[in-house]
Design a protein around this ligand. Structure first.
Ligand code: NDP
Length: 437
């Protein structure tokens, strides 16, 4: 940790992510050979990080400049793989934490994927559709040099969905004159995979089902609070509803809607239209369905049995954790990456609240991205049932690995520990095999 802090001064998110893993990995002592070959030191240092200027023109003809990055963290298990994020908060610390986590998450899926993350310090809400097209084209003017189907395969993340992936791929194709699977999250009509849009949210719901069953509980009838109203939140809500749970909240960066009766399929279809097509604000839901709107608030004060933070990092604090514990919340499932801050995580774990850690619970998205790569390589496309079958199987396996590595003598499971140990085992063994590279 000292090395990480000295070498990456001020990069709090990165420190937090590394500490979360190292605490578990070094607890039982490290194998001598792992130490001699500097596996930990290598694992916490990205293979390379590329930063570049993105110059583009807005609708008024004004030239604008943003900064973009691609952190190629670790390609031990396969080509670099991880999303692109467009958000004002994007900086090297955030991308390093995401790239580090991605390396371990991808290992858990057992698919041949290394870890990476990228993005730009852009607020997509401020851009028109045409401006977004020009921005994506300008970003690809540099990014195309660093990606490739056997090198690095970016996907979406916050602020980057099918629209942005389409613009990025269109420009890649124009620049390189190649039609290759260099991005995932593509449209169904041009190389995308069935089930990719739904995969992260559905996967989180499948993981929750497994966790609850293992604890002798069931999802049916459970009251679920979800944060966010983007890709992960919406499809997580959809699958939870299908599995018989009650979803009482969604949110965005302005506030939370609370619908005590619960969302249903019609309400959710309306939210999809609002957030994914009209790009509106979740507050409109409260007017449409006479629900409560908690301006500027997160959903964690609501009485729920399951909490699904699905918006962004560090969105659930120790005060939130105290409220959830007081409300007898059974489990917190991380749809987003590192949404539970370090103090809240300690508190929830010490009180025995089940945690579905991000690198396991939200691995469904990258897993189906991996399946998209396989389909592209075969020049085939599989139907939605086949993709869903494979997604379920992968989530079941990820869950089983967490149990194998995280179960204590009394039968309780520390899923965060299990996910850290299982993924570290897979990556570190391959790193040892390659020697000191
Ligand atoms: P989207 O951009 O589709 O949605 C993000 C949602 O979170 C929006 O409702 C957004 O509100 C809200 N949000 C974003 N930033 C903040 C903030 N600072 N405070 C409060 N709310 C915020 O992103 P995704 O659903 O794709 O991603 C959400 C999380 O899931 C991220 O942590 C991402 O890394 C993780 N993830 C995503 C995967 C995927 O396949 N997409 C895969 C695995 C993990 P607003 O509209 O106001 O910005």
């Amino acid at each position: 940790m000292e090395l990480v802090e000295t070498r990456n001064p001020g990069e709090q998110e990165f420190h937090q992510a590394v500490r979360g893993v190292l605490d578990d990995v070094v607890e039982g002592g490290l194998d001598d050979e792992l130490e001699r070959l500097g596996v930990l030191e290598r694992l916490v240092e990205p293979d390379r990080a590329i930063s570049f200027r993105v110059t583009w023109q807005d609708d008024e003809g004004q030239v604008r400049v943003n900064r973009a990055h691609r952190v190629q963290f670790n390609n031990t298990l396969g080509p670099y793989k991880g999303g692109l994020r467009f958000a004002p908060s994007v900086n090297p610390s955030v991308l390093k934490f995401l790239g580090f986590e991605q390396t371990l998450k991808n290992a858990l899926t057992r698919l041949p994927m290394g870890g990476a993350k990228g993005g730009a310090d852009l607020d997509p809400k401020q851009l028109s559709n045409d401006e977004m097209m020009r921005f994506c084209q300008a970003l690809m003017n540099e990014l195309h040099r660093h990606i490739g189907e056997d090198v690095d395969v970016p996907a979406g993340d916050i602020g980057v969905s099918e629209r942005e992936i389409s613009y990025l791929f269109g420009q890649y194709k124009r620049l390189r004159n190649r039609y290759a699977g260099v991005l995932t999250g593509k449209g169904l009509a041009w190389g995308g995979s069935a089930g990719r849009v739904e995969a992260t949210g559905y996967g989180a719901a499948y993981f929750t089902t497994e966790m609850l069953e293992h604890a002798g509980e069931q999802l049916d009838g459970k009251r679920c609070a979800i944060s966010g109203a983007g890709n992960v939140s919406i499809y997580c809500a959809q699958k939870l509803l299908e599995l018989g749970a009650t979803v009482i909240s969604l949110s965005d960066s302005d506030g939370t809607i609370h619908d005590p009766e619960g969302l249903d399929a019609d309400k959710l279809a309306w939210v999809k239209q609002l957030k994914l097509e009209r790009r509106g604000r979740i507050a409109e839901y409260a007017d449409e369905y006479e629900a409560d709107y908690l301006e500027g608030e997160t959903p964690w004060s609501l009485d729920c049995e399951l909490a699904f933070p699905c918006a962004t990092q560090n969105e659930l604090s120790s005060e939130d954790a105290e409220t959830l514990i007081a409300n007898d919340c059974l489990a917190v499932i991380e749809g987003a990456n590192m949404p539970i801050d370090a103090d809240a995580m300690r508190l929830l774990r010490s009180e025995g609240v089940l945690i579905g850690p991000a690198k396991a619970a939200n691995a469904g998205g990258v897993a189906v991205s991996g399946l998209e790569q396989s389909q592209n390589a075969q020049r085939m496309s599989w139907g939605p049932e086949e993709v869903d079958r494979q997604l379920r199987e992968i989530m079941r396996t990820v869950h089983a690995e967490c149990v194998e590595w995280g179960e204590s003598g009394d039968g309780s499971v520390d899923y965060a520990r299990g996910a850290n140990l299982a993924s570290f085992d897979r990556v570190s063994k391959a790193m040892l095999a390659y020697g000191a590279v």
